[in-house]
Design a binder for this molecule. Structure first.
Ligand code: SF4
Length: 475
């Protein structure tokens, strides 16, 4: 079969912006970090001869990307709500350079707002909705657009929506993304503060059975059924990855909730144990001691855990499905087993007040994960939180989902709690948590044990303070 010369592109945007093809939180953070463009790597693995360009971590600017892209006939560009305007301008510049190039937009924003995304510019020939792996392959193989499920496109001046594409259920059929990573990415350019460097992240499955109202991927692309590779396929892929990237110090499973089906997580852990690799994953704060122990005994180092709030009513409102008591117990178990936790919290969720923010800060200090990150509620189109915000008038009129340089910003506000106050609480939260003897001692110990960590932490410390200084200068 002949395939078009195809480029999968995570476009450049604001400097250090990690919101595009891999990140579930689409904003620039206090500390420079980059996730892998897994969503693009998967179709790239299905299209022979294609290339994946991840502009932000490779520091590729607009002109460099235009030079590369004009050597292709078909471009799939991963867009996001905050970057749509810039991505559209890039598509227009590319069409000016090479009028016969075909450009399709993919990603959560295109999935939930296909007509609006197409309407943004005539330079966009089509958008792919929901899971787009096989959609990309069919288009690259020359299938006429009217025969391709899961796309919206223009025909005779009108926007046409083809039928939905069925979600993928047999994940073992999908080729590994590791060969694409090896061919097209520089893994040393990817860093996440709490993961060892260099790290590699990818998905072994998609979808999450939980119903959190703010969460992007399950509500827009992946759905609420966890569809995943078999444990044997995961083990084969990891063995391959360890051979391809011997320098990797940690593998991260970025599945929405890797632990959603505990027997599978345990089975995979046992197979990974034989490979002797260090790994980490996303987890909800409700994993049993038995499962945690099996995972720890087989190379698990760290869990990324969404606690979100220290107020039960807020957790119930956002449908987190985890009780504070459960999360306390889970955290204690992790500590007992020596599993490191990076906890994530969100400020500005529905029901937030000055008092609930205080409760959340105190809760974080009480359970005391190894490290944490504080995000601002981000109501992306397609999520229940977005719908609620529109219905209840919670959107602050002046702001969008990110600030003018792509940094996270408070988009929502409530009676008695302004967006400025919510934003200011982020810094307060970080300071209240980190400026205590225990976290400081932990960090110092970690830095003494590993010189590479010391260098990174010092750099991150500078970035962290610069971020807040810049913010103060702006506000
Ligand atoms: S458990 Fe995590 S991945 Fe699943 S819906 Fe909630 S926030 Fe999203």
């Amino acid at each position: 079969m002949d395939f078009a010369k195809t480029l999968f592109l995570n476009p450049p945007s604001w400097e250090g912006f990690d919101g595009g093809a891999g990140s579930r939180y689409q904003a620039k953070r206090e500390i420079r970090s980059f996730w892998y463009p897994t969503w693009l790597a998967q179709p790239a693995a299905l299209v022979p001869g294609s290339r994946l360009v991840d502009a932000p971590p490779d520091d590729l600017g607009r002109e460099q990307v235009l030079d590369i892209a004009s050597g292709y006939d078909l471009v799939f560009l991963h867009t996001s709500s905050p970057t749509l305007r810039g991505d559209t301008e890039l598509a227009e510049a590319l069409k000016n350079r090479k009028p016969d190039i075909r450009i399709g937009f993919v990603g959560a924003h295109a999935a939930v707002l296909p007509a609006e995304t197409l309407a943004a510019s005539e330079a966009i020939d089509f958008v792919c909705r929901k899971e787009f792996d096989y959609t990309c392959r069919e288009i690259a193989a020359g299938t006429p657009l009217d025969k391709v499920d899961g796309i919206s496109y223009r025909r005779e001046g009108k926007i046409v929506h083809n039928p939905e594409r069925a979600l993928i259920h047999n994940f073992d059929e999908l080729p590994s993304v590791m060969d694409v990573y090896k061919r097209d990415l520089t893994i040393e350019n990817y860093a996440i503060g709490y993961l060892r460097h260099p790290y590699i992240s990818h998905y072994t499955g998609r979808g999450c059975p939980a119903q959190c109202t703010f969460c992007l991927w399950p509500q827009t692309v992946g759905g609420h059924t966890y569809r995943a590779k078999s444990p044997e396929a995961v083990a084969r892929e990891m063995e391959h990855a360890a051979r391809l990237f011997p320098q990797t110090r940690e593998f991260f499973f970025d599945d929405d909730t890797f632990t959603a089906y505990a027997p599978r997580a345990r089975e995979i852990a046992k197979l990974l144990g034989r490979l002797g690799i260090t790994w980490s994953c996303n987890a909800r704060a409700n994993v049993s001691y038995e499962t945690l122990k099996t995972m720890r005994d087989n190379g698990l180092r760290l869990l990324l855990v969404g606690y979100e709030s220290g107020n039960q009513k807020i957790l119930d409102t956002i449908k987190k499905g985890v009780r504070l008591e459960q999360a306390r117990e889970f955290t204690k178990n992790c500590k007992k087993l020596g599993i490191v936790i990076h906890g994530t919290f969100i400020l500005g969720l529905p029901g937030e007040t000055h008092e609930t923010v205080r409760e959340t800060i105190e809760y974080a200090k009480e359970i005391d994960p190894f490290s944490l990150q504080v995000s601002l509620a981000a109501p992306y189109p397609g999520t229940e939180l977005y719908r609620q915000a529109m219905e209840n008038g919670w959107f602050s009129s002046e702001v969008s989902l990110t600030g003018e340089h792509g940094q996270q910003t408070a988009a929502l506000e409530y009676e008695g709690l302004s967006r400025e106050e919510i934003f200011a609480y982020v810094e307060k939260f970080y300071k209240s948590f980190y400026f205590r003897p225990r976290p400081i001692a932990r960090m110092v110990r970690e830095m003494i044990q590993d010189r590479q960590v010391m260098k990174r932490r010092l750099r991150e410390g500078i970035e962290f303070f610069r971020f807040f200084q810049t913010r103060q200068a702006v506000s």
